[in-house]
Design a protein around this ligand. Structure first.
Ligand SMILES: [Zn+2]
Length: 95
């Protein structure tokens, strides 16, 4: 018997101050990467899909980004804040 499925991972790449498109506040936004991995016998093997989004910490509005936009924002955050975000850590989804 073969057991397979998918498992979702959420990584926080950076925290950015952006003007929110919904509430209009220059609030902190988290930049997140969602990776869905194919699993075989509960062992994650390879990613099947990756998506990026920013979420406003003020109103919670989420906006989808392309990979290019996400990379650009990550580079901006790393350069602007003088901190390296090269090691994304896994975080539980919070509301
Ligand atoms: Zn907002």
């Amino acid at each position: 018997m073969i057991i397979f499925g998918t498992k979702g991972y959420l990584y926080q790449l950076a925290i950015l101050t952006l003007v929110c498109g919904r509430c209009g506040n220059p609030a902190a936004h988290t930049l997140r990467k969602r990776v869905t991995k194919f699993t075989l016998f509960f062992v994650p093997l390879f990613p099947v899909s990756t998506s990026y989004a920013t979420q406003c910490t003020f109103c919670g509005a989420e906006q989808r980004l392309t990979k290019e936009q996400a990379e650009q924002l990550t580079a901006q955050a790393a350069g602007g804040a003088g901190q390296a975000y090269g090691q994304p850590h896994q975080q539980p989804y919070q509301h």
